[in-house]
Design a protein. Structure first.
Length: 126
């Protein structure tokens, strides 16, 4: 749940594109065939209509009931990434504890998320 909520607030990719294969109506909008749509995660992941008025807050319990497949053909990729993250974290946490550096500053938003000045944490060997 913590990893999912972290990825919701700090997605590694800003969004995805999809091309309509047929005419699609979304509310009052009508999209013709072969239109490329851009879905921005930073917008949808912080939308109070989807996540509630506290969308900007870190609340891992949002994922207590699991995750939903949100994009076609991404479930296997998402599951593989989650396994990789859990494996890497478990290997690190077996040897270290860590604290966030007092000099840490959030990075500006780019196409993909990356720390502007590196990962500013302090590792303490166990």
């Amino acid at each position: 749940m913590i990893i999912n909520e972290t990825l919701r607030l700090y997605p590694p990719v800003l969004g995805m594109t999809r091309t309509t294969s047929r005419e699609i109506r979304l509310g009052d909008l009508l999209f013709p065939t072969d239109i490329e749509l851009v879905i921005l995660y930073l917008v949808t992941h912080n939308d109070p209509k989807i996540w509630g008025e506290d969308a900007h807050l870190f609340k891992p319990d949002r994922f207590a009931e699991g995750i939903t497949k949100v994009a076609k053909n991404t479930k296997a990729c998402l599951l593989f990434c989650m396994i990789e993250v859990k494996l890497a974290l478990s290997m690190i946490l077996q040897c270290y504890t860590f604290t966030l550096s007092q000099t840490y500053v959030h990075s500006p938003v780019r196409l993909t998320a990356r720390p502007q000045h590196g990962v500013q944490i302090i590792l303490h060997a166990l």
